[in-house]
Write a protein that binds this ligand. Structure first.
Ligand code: DGT
Ligand code: MG
Ligand code: MG
Ligand code: MG
Ligand code: MG
Length: 269
């Protein structure tokens, strides 16, 4: 077919191919979730329905894009790590980023009722996305550690803050004042000595965030097969190995998690 005289406009498109050998991380974050969480009556400091919905939506992204080797989420954000040699969408950053965020956003709406029941979704939520490339395992692990450290830091603050308000009867301004200049040890001490709460015993989901990885699971399924020379079909059980997304609520900063799951990262070579 002859080229139209308009065809040249294609050349205005810029190349955004992600550098080879690098892990491609797509991080998304809810837009103005300060407001969204208020409007939808999220419980403070953590709403398990909201966290469950984030996690469900992230699973839907992984099932759609199997090159994601690990995903990590907390609060209104989720990071997806594509294996370093992925050729999905020819490694085009905008394609990867927009597919992740739109699959996630539509899943968030699609599964809303499963988690929030009668609480209506009042307006369409949206998520921003960004792409960051990490060339080494060390950099990638530091990235994930950074997100988990952020989760810990915020959760400790929010836990003390809302305990001071909800149980201690302080106003939000008083609680903010009380926590000014305090370090982690001070916050643990306030929880323990004033409210008899040991932060270590708080929910792992809230302290550590959610890590999603693939696991192989054997499944027994019944199949109908036709046996030769016989009229009727026979039911037999067969064992199938299936890849499934599994959630972990554990430390991913130290070595243990990575020692236990050596297949997530490829060796730097
Ligand atoms: P952004 O991301 O710049 O558009 O603005 P925000 O408001 O989304 O800010 P961000 O992402 O830094 O902080 C997340 C907000 O979401 C924060 O205001 C607290 C809220 N949020 C997230 N998870 C929960 C939850 O489980 N319970 C409650 N009550 N709020 C939550
Ligand atoms: Mg923000
Ligand atoms: Mg946000
Ligand atoms: Mg956020
Ligand atoms: Mg098309």
């Amino acid at each position: 077919m002859a080229k139209s005289k308009f065809e040249y406009v294609r050349n205005f498109e810029t190349d955004d191919t992600c550098l080879r050998n690098c892990y491609i991380v797509v991080r998304l974050d809810g837009r103005n979730f300060h407001r969204f969480s208020e409007q939808h009556n999220f419980t403070k400091p953590n709403d398990n329905r909201a966290l469950g919905l984030m996690s469900r939506s992230a699973r839907s992204v992984m099932e759609d894009m199997e090159d994601v080797v690990i995903a990590y989420g907390q609060s209104d954000e989720f990071s997806f790590v594509f294996k370093r040699n992925s050729t999905l969408f020819r490694r085009r950053a905008s394609k990867l980023m927009t597919h992740v965020t739109s699959q996630f956003s539509s899943s968030y709406v699609f599964y809303w009722r499963e988690f929030f029941g009668e609480q209506p979704l009042l307006y369409p939520p949206s998520f921003d996305g960004r792409v960051v490339l990490y060339p080494t395992n060390h950099n990638l692990r530091d990235y994930l550690s950074w997100r988990q450290a952020d989760c810990h830091f915020n959760n400790l603050y929010n836990t003390v803050f809302w305990t001071l308000v909800q149980t201690g009867g302080l106003s939000t301004a008083q609680a903010e004042d009380r926590l000014k200049g305090t370090v982690a040890a001070d916050k643990n001490e306030i929880l323990f000595s004033e409210f008899n709460i040991n932060y270590n015993n708080e929910s792992a989901l809230h302290k550590k965030g959610t890590t999603l990885i693939w696991t192989k699971q054997n499944e027994t399924v019944t199949k109908c097969i036709k046996v030769s020379n016989e009229e009727e079909e026979k039911e037999v059980s067969v064992i199938r190995s299936r890849r499934r997304v599994q959630a972990h609520y554990c430390d991913i900063i130290g070595e243990q998690f990575w020692d236990e799951h050596p297949d997530i990262l490829e060796d730097d070579a």
